[in-house]
Design a protein around this ligand. Structure first.
Ligand SMILES: Cc1cc2nc3c(=O)[nH]c(=O)nc-3n(C[C@H](O)[C@H](O)[C@H](O)COP(=O)(O)O)c2cc1C
Length: 382
């Protein structure tokens, strides 16, 4: 299987599985506990069905949206994900560049393997930085100053990760801190020599934003689990989020909001957006899916702040359903991660091309020439 044979997220998932040593594939792919929430995130879209209109004039197509103060060409952008260079040596730069090629926004994780500054310089496209508030508050606020310097467009504060979720696949494969690779997983590294050689010969692996500040950040092959549990500040509250918003002074989203009450609190403290998200089913298993919460949150705060849906998006029709329900835009995580693992920039370029094409085709099939036409009248709900 090659990149040009990949037509959808499931295909890229298969290719990523072939290309990556098993512990790394499972680190991307897995969710927490029994993965009930991971599955529900995508299945939730099946709870509504699209109602198409016929014979509308579809000679033009308008997919662009303004989100977090940025004009993007279509209503999907890239979620922040940790340690991309573990999956392909081109890492975060490949994803940022592909996002720019496709005129959409890239989000960089606090736990990235390429620094805020290097990604900032890599493209002139819109960029969102994902903030984790660390026990080292000084360093956390410095992230904000660094993003100002590096001309980022927006910041999102992730609030669902005070402790790492229980990703048991990582325990079985040894993707924990310190890494304990089992005989089986060592065999998997040996049978993926191109990945292993790249890992050994390319740039040293590190958590680039914290390297030099926190010793766990400068380690070799690691997972984020031990890092999260030792470094993240569990005492943070809405007051801290408010302080971060003030320090930044530009578009700011709270990522990981799932309840109507939290969405209202986010609006009250001056956030520009909520990202409805359960971290791709990697945190609290048994929690509800972003799409399940979308209508209530849109009804409660949609006239005050932007509502962005993050989690489970695999198809163009998922995006159309979310927008019809009232989301301003959607984000994808695994949708580009499998692709970057499959082939770096070329993989993400193809994944974004295919998803955008799907959205455009689905819009025509829906009889809509502009995403402004998507509303709840387009959804059949039981
Ligand atoms: C491998 C991996 C690493 C992630 N790392 C982060 C992170 O560092 N910060 C964060 O806010 N979210 C992180 N996420 C969650 C994503 O931002 C996003 O919420 C999730 O992937 C959306 O679900 P989807 O994968 O179904 O699209 C990560 C997700 C994955 C799969």
């Amino acid at each position: 299987m090659r990149i040009k044979d990949c037509n959808n997220t499931a295909d890229f998932r298969r290719l990523a599985q072939q290309r990556l040593p098993a512990p790394l594939f499972h680190y991307i792919d897995g969710g927490s506990d029994d993965e009930v929430t991971l599955r529900r995130n995508t299945e939730a879209f099946d709870s509504v069905r699209l109602i198409p209109d016929a014979l509308a004039d579809l000679s033009g197509m308008q997919l662009g949206v303004n989100v977090l103060g940025q004009d993007i060409d279509w209503p999907v952008f890239c979620s922040p994900t940790a340690m991309t260079r573990l999956f392909h040596h081109e890492g975060e730069l490949a994803v940022a560049r592909a996002a720019h090629t496709h005129k959409t926004m890239y989000s960089l994780s606090s736990l990235s393997t390429t620094s805020i500054e290097e990604v900032g310089e890599s493209t002139p496209g819109p960029k969102c930085f994902q903030l984790y508030i660390h026990k080292d508050r000084g360093m956390s606020w410095e992230f904000i100053d660094r993003c100002k310097e590096a001309n980022y467009s927006a910041i999102c504060l992730t609030v669902d990760t005070l402790v790492a979720g229980n990703r048991e696949k990582d325990l079985y494969t040894g993707m924990i801190i310190p890494p304990k690779f089992t005989l089986k997983s060592l065999f998997s590294f040996a049978t993926h020599p191109s990945w292993s050689l790249n890992y050994l010969l390319r740039r040293k692996f590190e958590l680039a934003n914290v390297a030099g500040r926190i010793s766990e950040g400068s380690g070799k092959l690691t997972s984020v689990v031990g890092y999260m549990n030792s470094q993240f500040d569990r005492s943070i509250t809405w007051k801290d989020a408010e302080e971060a918003i003030k320090r930044w002074g530009k578009p700011f989203a709270i990522k990981g909001v799932m309840s109507v009450e939290d969405a209202k609190r986010a609006a009250d403290i001056g956030a520009s957006a909520v990202m409805i998200s359960n971290h791709g089913g990697r945190q609290l298993d048994g929690s509800t899916a972003p799409f399940d919460q979308l209508a209530d949150i849109v009804d409660a705060v949609g006239d005050r702040i932007e509502v962005i849906l993050d989690g489970g998006v695999r198809r163009g029709t998922h995006v159309l359903k979310a927008l019809s329900m009232g989301a301003k835009a959607c984000m994808i995580g695994r949708g580009y991660l499998y692709a970057v693992a499959a082939g770096g920039y070329a993989g993400v370029d193809r994944a974004l091309t295919r998803l955008r094409d799907e959205i455009e085709r689905d819009m025509i099939l829906m009889g809509c020439a502009s995403i402004d036409e998507l509303d709840r009248s387009k959804l059949h709900q039981d």
